[in-house]
Write a protein that binds this ligand. Structure first.
Ligand code: OFO
Length: 165
């Protein structure tokens, strides 16, 4: 079963995924209010995916004899300067998440917890994809610049752009 140290670290990650879900939900709501419905749909989906990341961890902790702890909700940022600012937040947040996941990998190896190490590989792969997607979106936004028609198309395209959960 889980060592107390690993259990605590995994519960820390539960909290981080829950916070991610809240961040993206706030971004989705702001975007929707501004009339960016496609971007909002993308961010609502992203928020749901983060909740799934959280659940997956919680269930793993419980299966391994620990106790997955549901964290308190903190209010995320609810207002944003523009769409660029949103996706810059997304990228820097995902980079932060990746570094936390890497710390977990390190800890598993140090503690010789190969089961959790194996489990956490899913998150390692997921973070590569999430960072790639955020960079891809930011590149597109840079290309669009101040072009309103470009932003219109971008918004429409994002309604169907899938990030994998
Ligand atoms: Fe964004 O992948 Fe979980 O946090």
């Amino acid at each position: 079963s889980l060592s107390p140290k690993i259990e605590k670290a995994l519960n820390g990650q539960v909290e981080m995924e829950a916070a991610s879900s809240q961040y993206y939900l706030a971004m989705a709501s702001w975007s929707e209010v501004q009339g960016y419905n496609g971007i909002a749909q993308f961010l609502y989906r992203h928020s749901d995916e983060e909740r799934i990341h959280m659940l997956k961890l919680l269930k793993f902790i419980n299966e391994r004899g620990g106790h997955g702890i549901v964290p308190a909700l903190k209010q995320p940022t609810v207002k944003f300067k523009n769409i660029n600012a949103i996706f810059e937040h997304v990228l820097s947040h995902e980079i932060l998440v990746s570094s936390e996941i890497n710390k977990l990998v390190d800890m598993c190896l140090n503690e010789k917890d190969y089961t959790t190490h194996n489990f956490i590989q899913w998150y390692v792969t997921e973070q590569i994809e999430e960072e790639r997607l955020a960079r891809h979106i930011l590149d597109k936004l840079k290309m669009i610049g101040e072009d309103k028609a470009g932003l219109y198309i971008f918004d429409r395209d994002l309604s169907t752009l899938q990030s994998e959960d």
